[in-house]
Design a protein around this ligand. Structure first.
Ligand code: IMP
Length: 425
């Protein structure tokens, strides 16, 4: 299992792509096209939102699991983009239990953000929250419903006619949706997706039973988790380890290893507390150096020092067996580096993020300063090749997080990893 340890964008896609070389199956279990994964291969750069990162490995079965919310338009577009580059996504299966982001969900996302005014969350406007809300309200549509025309027609009549349009038109003065037009669109999506829609339960379980290497690819991250993140500045799914299990149908006892992925510094997109945020030239330098601009929305990411309290929280919450530390090379030129040990708030020291986001917003991070290594590490492939100050930084993070750092990203390319030990499979 690969899980994000911060606020997303840690480089999970690159790690999954690397690990997928030895996987038989990659499963996505939550999130939707709010996620953005960039993978750089010898064939160039690929950006995925819904497709599992393993899709570039033709022998790996890629599963979009039941916990994902799928916008069929986006999935079809991504598959077409792959085809244009000569790759047929033959290895893709989509759970019939996965819910759909319907055409009205992005509009609800937008208008609901607008009415929040200054308290808006900074969502990606992809309709993720509204889609998950409808799933819980039991008025959602599942991918499998595409194969049931009569049912689709009847249910759309109810959901659109009785629930969505009255709110959209009556409350927000937006154009109502036309059920007949929607049916035509959705029948088209049904035709395009039909070969890929499956009951993924036996597919995944049979793979586990024959001891295949199954990789669970997390999207978003621990601090964006609906329960354990900085609520309400979170996404609408459980992106920690528990959500990966329910979102794929893989029992916790079948997970052998959990890798928490962190960047060597911290970033966040959208609003909400971020104790180690840097709003000065150091932050600007890291943003530029790390190209910290959103894959999905293009927004500049907020940037800050490595937060040891957040990373340790992620390690404990997800039961990490190891950490992967990404983008360490971005810190190459820093004369010194700061690491957050925890937070001082009203005379008390907290070694993990507080549930009360107001406390997290107003706390003072307590830092430790380490010397930088001030030379490039992009060519390094072994632990010994890394400069001593660089190793000292990594070792200190390991100590703070309480788990070994077995993978270290030293550049954007697929091969730019320092691997310590024999961590996987
Ligand atoms: P939503 O998931 O679109 O509802 O957005 C909720 C919050 O999660 C916003 O702050 C988004 O910026 C953030 N978010 C959602 N997906 C990602 C991601 O893949 N990376 C980073 N932040 C994300």
């Amino acid at each position: 299992m690969v899980v994000g340890g911060q606020w997303g964008d840690e480089g999970k896609g690159k790690l999954v792509d690397f690990l997928a070389q030895r996987a038989d199956m990659v499963v996505r279990s939550q999130g939707g096209n709010n996620a953005g994964h960039t993978v750089v291969t010898e064939h160039g750069e690929f950006k995925f939102q819904l497709l599992p990162s393993g899709i570039l490995h033709p022998d790996v079965t890629c599963v979009i699991g039941n916990g994902v919310v799928v916008d069929p338009r986006v999935l079809i577009r991504e598959m077409e983009q792959l085809r244009e580059r000569g790759i047929e996504p033959r290895n893709l299966v989509v759970s019939e239990r996965a819910h759909m982001v319907m055409s009205y969900h992005p509009l609800f996302d937008k208008v609901e953000e607008e009415v929040r005014g200054d308290d808006r969350l900074g969502t990606t406007w992809r309709g993720i929250g509204p889609a998950y809300s409808d799933k819980v309200r039991r008025i959602g549509f599942r991918i499998g419903d595409l194969q049931k025309e009569v049912f689709m027609r009847k249910k759309l009549g109810f959901v659109v006619g009785q629930v969505k349009n009255p709110i959209l038109h009556g409350l927000y003065r937006e154009q109502p949706f036309e059920c007949e037009e929607m049916i035509v669109d959705y029948l088209g999506y049904a035709r395009a997706l039909d070969p890929y829609i499956r009951d993924t339960f036996p597919i995944v379980q049979d793979a586990l039973d024959r001891h295949a290497n199954v990789l669970l690819e997390g999207a978003q991250s621990t601090m964006l988790d609906l329960d354990f993140g900085t609520y309400p500045y979170v996404t609408s799914s459980n992106c920690s380890a528990g959500g990966a299990c329910t979102g794929s149908g893989i029992a916790p006892t079948r997970v052998d290893r959990t890798v928490v992925v962190c960047k060597a510094y911290t970033t966040r997109v959208g609003y909400g507390p971020f104790p180690t945020e840097l709003t000065d030239h150091v932050g600007d330098a890291i943003r530029e150096g790390g190209n910290e601009f959103g894959t999905v929305t293009g927004r500049a990411r907020r940037v800050g020092w490595f937060d040891g309290a957040v990373a340790r929280y992620a390690v404990r919450l997800n039961g990490a067996t190891s950490l992967a530390l990404m983008k360490l090379d971005v810190l190459d030129e820093m004369p010194e580096l700061r690491i957050c040990l925890g937070y001082d708030f009203r005379g008390e020291f907290h070694d993990h993020p507080m549930a009360n986001i107001s406390h997290l917003k107003h706390c003072a991070p307590r830092y430790e300063t380490l010397p930088g290594w001030e030379r490039p590490i992009g060519h390094c492939r072994t632990w010994e090749e890394l400069p001593p100050n660089c190793r000292a930084y990594v070792e200190r993070l390991e100590e703070l997080c309480g788990t070994p750092i077995q993978m270290i990203g030293v550049g954007p390319r697929r091969d730019q990893f320092v691997v310590r030990g024999q961590p996987f499979f």
